[in-house]
Write a protein of this length. Structure first.
Length: 163
């Protein structure tokens, strides 16, 4: 009998433990706090993530792949004429390049690693045929990149695609 009486009192006390005393100023019950938080979650709109701007090269190209290696230049004289593997006429001053595997017409941005200058060129020929080099650019492009006298420089080649 005594045990039942103690259990009844403990049960009654534990049910009162979550409630705050009404005389305490500013106190709220846990149910009221939970309801307030739920109402705040429902009323506030979900946060909007800022829209990321795509990283574009020259305002209209995306970088598909990047390669690092050595770059050299070639000219009409060193090419043995003006004919290219793609059938387009080669010009010393054109923004063209030779690559072993990229498709003809592919745009790439070549960057001279020694001075940071870069130029967008179109692949119109095959080459270079010297081990260790990844791209040959026209002599006009080499002038713009500042390595005509050096002949061969380290470079970064970024393969571009239109978005």
């Amino acid at each position: 009998m005594r045990r039942i009486f103690l259990l009844t009192i403990l049960t009654a006390l534990s049910s009162c433990a979550d409630r705050t005393h009404p005389e305490v100023e500013g106190a709220k019950s846990s149910e009221t706090l939970a309801a307030t938080k739920l109402a705040q979650k429902k009323s506030s709109p979900p946060p909007i993530a800022p829209r990321k701007k795509p990283n574009l090269v020259a305002g209209k190209y995306r970088v598909k792949a990047t390669h690092h290696g050595k770059m050299s230049w070639y000219s009409v004289k060193t090419n043995g004429g003006t004919k290219t593997a793609s059938g387009r006429k080669f010009s010393n001053n054109g923004a063209t390049a030779a690559h072993r595997t990229l498709r003809f017409g592919t745009k790439v941005r070549v960057t001279n690693s020694s001075n940071g200058r870069s130029q967008i060129v179109t692949i119109t020929d095959r080459g270079p045929f010297i081990k260790g080099r990844i791209i040959d650019v026209s002599i006009g492009t080499a002038r713009k990149l500042g390595f005509v006298n050096a002949g061969v420089v380290n470079c970064k080649v970024e393969v571009l695609s239109e978005p």
